[in-house]
Structure formats: C-alpha cells, structure tokens
Ligand binder design. Structure first.
Ligand code: G1P
Length: 291
C-alpha cells in the first residue's frame, strides 16, 4: 500500500513574484485556502497517510498551517465561533500526519526527493509537485487510480497529459509506442526532461504526480546534474526504466499550473465557481463582468 507522499516545497517560486516574495507560493490562496491544501487533500483522498514536506527555512508557514494553533483555537472557542474552529481543526483528518525535512541546497527536484530517503525507507511512495493542482473530472481521483495500478503491476506510474507541441520544452516528456487512453497506463520506452521543440518523443508531458518504488533512491544518488544544471527526477526515472517497467498513466482530470500567474487565475475561476458557499455568488460576478 502507498501511504507516504513527498511534496517538494523548497522552491523559491520566482515565477510567482512579487506574491511569493515574503510568503511561500504554496500558501497563496486559491479561493479561501492555500494552494498546498488542495494538493494535500488530493493525496489524502488517494489514501496517503503521511505527508513529507521537503522544505526550506523560509517556508515555516506551510508547516504551521498543518499544525494545531492552540491560541487561535482557544480564542475561537471562547467566542463560541465553533464553525470556524471546526474549519481550522478539520484541515487534516486525524489519521494523517505531516513531517518535514529540509532541502539544504537548491539542487533540483531529484535532489529534493532524495532528501526524504530516510523517511520513506523501503516503501514505495507518491510524489506530488505542489505547483500543479489536479482536479477530478468525475468522482475518480487520478492519483488513486495510479496507486491501484501500481499495486496490480508493481510498475512505477508517471502521470501524463497531452500538451501543445510548442510547449514540450517546459516539461518532462515520455516516449511511448502507443499513446494511452485517459485512465490507462502503458509501459514507456523513455523519458526526457525539457526536450527541445521538434525533437521531443511525444507530446505527453509529466504532470507532477508519480508513484515510485524505493529503488529510485539509490538511482537518484548516482544521478549527475542534468537539464538546468540540476539533479533531475526525470533522469533517475529514465535509469529506473532501463532496469524495470515504468508506466505512463494518462490522467482523466484537469490540471492547473499554479506556478504561473495565468494558470493560478484559471484555478481560482474553476475552484471558485464550485465552492459550496461562494460558488453561486462568484458565478454571478463572472456573469456581470461578461456583460
Ligand atoms: C518539473 C519536472 C518536469 C514536470 C514539471 C511539471 O519541472 O521536472 O518533468 O513536467 O515539473 O510541472 P519544473 O516545472 O519544476 O521545471
């Protein structure tokens, strides 16, 4: 069973400046809660019980958000604000824990994952990149489907979606002989980080959701710096694929790249109109603007 998920949150979020100058980009709110909460919820919905934050000294507010806040709780209780009290104490279900480890140097995503080596031990684990929000289209959670597939096949799962050909150089891209249908996994022939437009093996991009076996850790230890002079998770997955089957899982849901400003605004619109309390009023506002 996959019970642990690594969330690398040490990045400085330069694409999101100035908002991310003095708060972590993961704490920027999408509607009424920080972006990171959506990613944690996605993981919890898929059965994850331990969230491993790979973090940086400037990002303590992320850990604080998932911790209890005794002073605030006591104040809300004394003022009989029980609805608000419930909101802040129910952020995480009781069976879910959050631990954190520091990434001491910004050496890349592969290095960030490696920082959690001792916490994951010998277990397979999930990785969720918090810049990308994944929204279910139906009640089916893609990460959960990847975990089910991993449990049947024992093959690492890499979530992918199609991107326009001119954008392939912004992502990890997989090489597959037959493009998988949505909700399906197929064995991949290779994976490459940010290939140049025109030489990419496909237009299936790595979304930022992975189910990986513990064997990826020693491979990461031996991964030299790659694209952007960073230790790339993609390169270690390419090495894994040389020794065992790695599958590309084509997602059913929708992604929002909250690392980019326009992707963030799109996320606010989509999550805003579905918000149980604010949704109707928010739709009204959008209609007003469209007139
Ligand atoms: C990372 C991964 C890349 C993936 C992307 C998804 O890149 O290295 O393979 O496609 O996330 O957002 P980054 O965006 O951190 O440069």
């Amino acid at each position: 069973m996959i019970k642990k998920a690594i969330l690398p949150v040490a990045g400085l979020g330069t694409r999101f400046l100035p908002a991310s100058k003095s708060i972590p980009k993961e704490m920027v709110t999408v509607v009424d809660r920080p972006a990171i909460e959506y990613v944690v919820r996605e993981a919890v919905e898929a059965g994850i019980e331990q969230i491993i934050l790979v973090t940086h000294s400037s990002k303590a507010s992320i850990e604080n958000y998932f911790d209890r806040n005794f002073e605030l709780e006591t104040t809300l209780e004394q003022k009989n604000k029980f609805d608000l009290l419930k909101e802040i104490t129910d952020i995480l279900p009781k069976h879910v824990s959050v631990v954190s480890v520091r990434q001491p140097q910004p050496l890349g995503l592969g290095h960030a994952v490696l920082c959690a080596k001792d916490i994951v031990g010998n277990e397979a684990f999930a990785v969720l990149l918090p810049d990308v929000l994944v929204k279910n289209r139906s009640s089916e959670n893609d990460l959960s489907l990847m975990i089910q597939r991993f449990e049947q096949s024992q093959a690492a799962q890499i979530m992918v979606e199609a991107v326009p050909d001119h954008l392939v150089d912004q992502y990890g891209i997989v090489n597959v002989t037959i493009s998988p249908q949505e909700g399906e996994s197929v064995a991949m022939q290779g994976i490459v980080e940010k290939p140049a437009v025109g030489i990419a093996p496909s237009n299936l991009s790595v979304v930022g959701r992975y189910i990986l076996p513990a064997e990826i850790m020693p491979l990461l230890e031996n991964t030299p710096r790659g694209a952007g002079n960073e230790i790339q998770l993609t390169d270690a997955i390419a090495a894994l694929q040389q020794i065992e089957t790695v599958e590309a899982y084509r997602m059913k849901g929708q992604t929002f790249d909250c690392g980019s400003k326009i992707g963030y605004l799109k996320a606010v619109l989509h999550y805003g109109i579905e918000h149980p309390k604010l949704g109707e009023a928010f739709k009204g506002l959008i209609q007003e603007l469209a007139l």
